[in-house]
Write a protein of this length. Structure first.
Length: 357
C-alpha cells in the first residue's frame, strides 16, 4: 500500500519522512493544505507502536489543523509533525536534528508545542530554525499556549451549555476532565473558578492529587471516567478516544474538550447525535493556543487582541451547534463544511486572480 492509498490520506500536499542516525531521529512531517498560507501545526513526540500508527496520527492531525486555522480566521494552512520516540529519549541533539529538518522546508511548515514538546524544547529548536511558534524569549514571543487553548475550550463549553441547557452558567454543573496536562489543568481551574464540580482522571496520580488539593476534584481511574454521570465530558489527552464502545458508556450531555481528533471515525459523530450528546468539534474549541502562537509568525504580539479572538471561539461554536441542531446533523459535519467553505473561497480568489493576469 502506498501513502496515497492510506485510510487517512486526504489530498495532502507533502509528507516528509525525516531521519538522523546519530541522534536516532525518526519523524514525519505532514503538510495537508497551504491554500490559506504556510502550513502550521505543532510537533508531537510519542512512542508510537508502529510507523503506520504514527503516519495515521500525523495525517489526521494535519488535516485538522487546516480546518482549525480556517475557522479561526488565521492565514495559515494545516500541517503537523510527529517524532517517534519515548519522551525519556528526548535530547537536545534529537530536537536539533528535527529542527534542521523543519528548516530545510524553508518556511512551508512552521511548528511548535504539542504532546511531550514544551516551551523549553521550542527554545532549543529555535536555535536551529526560525520557523518556530510559541517562543518563550526573543523580541517577539507568545509563550506557553496552554492557558489560551484552555480558555478557548471553556468559551466553547459555555456555548454548548447555552445550547443544551439554555444557560451558560457552570455553577453546580458536573464536568469530567480526562487528562490533566498543561491544558487540562488550566481548563479545570476555569471550571472550578466558575463554580463547576470536577471529576478528573489522568495516568499520572500527582496530576490528579493536585486537582483534588486545589479544586476539590473527585479522582476516578482513567477507564472509569467514561462512566461518570456529568453535564460535560472534556477529553484533554490524546485523540481517537471516542470510539463506539466509549460513546456507549458516556453519561454526559455535552462533549467539549481540548484533545485533537477526538472522534475515532467520522461515524462516531452520528452515534453521539443518536444518543442525544452534543459534541463541540475539537478543532473549533481548541484553537486558542494557535491564535496566541500566531504572534511569533507575524512578528508582533498583542495579548489583548489574542484574548478577544479567543473569546470569539464561543460565537463560532454557537453557530456550529445552532446549525447542527436546526438541520439535525452532527456538529462536526457542520464545522467541516464551514471550514471547507473558507478554503474554497480562497481557492476561487486565487484562480480568478491567475485568470486575470
Amino acid at each position: 500500500m502506498t501513502i496515497f492509498d492510506h485510510r487517512e490520506f486526504a489530498g495532502h500536499e507533502r509528507v516528509v519522512y525525516c531521519s538522523d542516525e546519530p541522534t536516532g531521529l525518526r519523524a514525519i512531517i505532514a503538510i495537508h493544505d497551504r491554500i490559506l498560507g504556510p502550513a502550521v501545526g505543532g510537533c508531537r513526540l510519542y512512542p508510537y507502536p508502529t510507523e503506520d500508527a504514527a503516519l495515521a496520527d500525523v495525517l489526521r492531525l494535519s488535516k485538522g489543523m487546516t480546518y482549525k486555522n480556517a475557522l479561526a480566521g488565521l492565514p495559515f494552512g494545516g500541517g503537523k509533525s510527529v517524532i517517534i520516540a519515548d519522551p525519556g529519549a528526548k535530547t537536545p541533539a534529537l530536537l536539533r536534528a528535527f529542527a534542521e529538518a523543519v528548516d530545510r522546508l524553508q518556511g512551508e511548515y512552521w511548528t511548535g508545542e504539542d504532546v511531550n514538546i514544551g516551551t523549553a524544547d521550542v527554545e532549543i529548536m529555535a536555535q536551529h530554525t526560525r520557523y518556530m511558534m510559541g517562543r518563550a524569549s526573543g523580541a517577539v514571543h507568545s509563550g506557553d499556549p496552554s492557558p489560551f487553548t484552555a480558555a478557548g475550550c471553556f468559551a466553547g463549553m459555555q456555548a454548548a451549555l447555552q445550547q443544551v441547557f439554555g444557560t451558560d452558567k457552570l455553577d453546580g454543573r458536573r464536568v469530567a476532565i480526562q487528562g490533566l496536562g498543561n491544558v487540562g489543568y488550566c481548563l479545570a481551574r476555569l471550571v472550578a473558578d466558575a463554580g463547576g464540580k470536577l471529576v478528573v482522571s489522568d495516568v499520572r496520580s500527582d496530576h490528579c492529587d493536585r486537582a483534588k488539593r486545589e479544586f476539590g476534584a473527585l479522582i476516578v481511574a482513567p477507564d472509569a471516567i467514561f462512566d461518570e454521570s456529568c453535564d460535560v465530558f472534556a477529553p484533554c489527552a490524546l485523540g481517537g478516544l471516542l470510539d463506539q464502545d466509549v460513546v456507549k458508556r458516556l453519561r454526559a450531555r455535552i462533549v467539549c474538550g481540548a484533545a485533537n481528533n477526538q472522534l475515532a471515525t467520522p461515524g462516531i459523530g452520528h452515534q453521539l447525535l443518536e444518543r442525544g450528546i452534543t459534541y463541540a468539534p475539537d478543532y473549533v474549541v481548541n484553537a486558542g493556543g494557535m491564535l496566541n502562537a500566531s504572534g511569533d509568525f507575524f512578528g508582533k504580539y498583542d495579548v489583548d487582541e489574542v484574548w478577544r479572538r479567543v473569546r470569539a471561539i464561543r460565537g463560532t461554536t454557537a453557530r456550529v451547534l445552532e446549525t447542527a441542531s436546526r438541520e439535525h446533523r452532527p456538529p462536526h459535519e457542520i464545522a467541516d463544511a464551514m471550514a471547507q467553505a473558507v478554503i474554497n473561497e480562497r481557492r476561487l480568489q486565487i484562480t480568478q486572480a491567475r485568470a486575470a493576469d
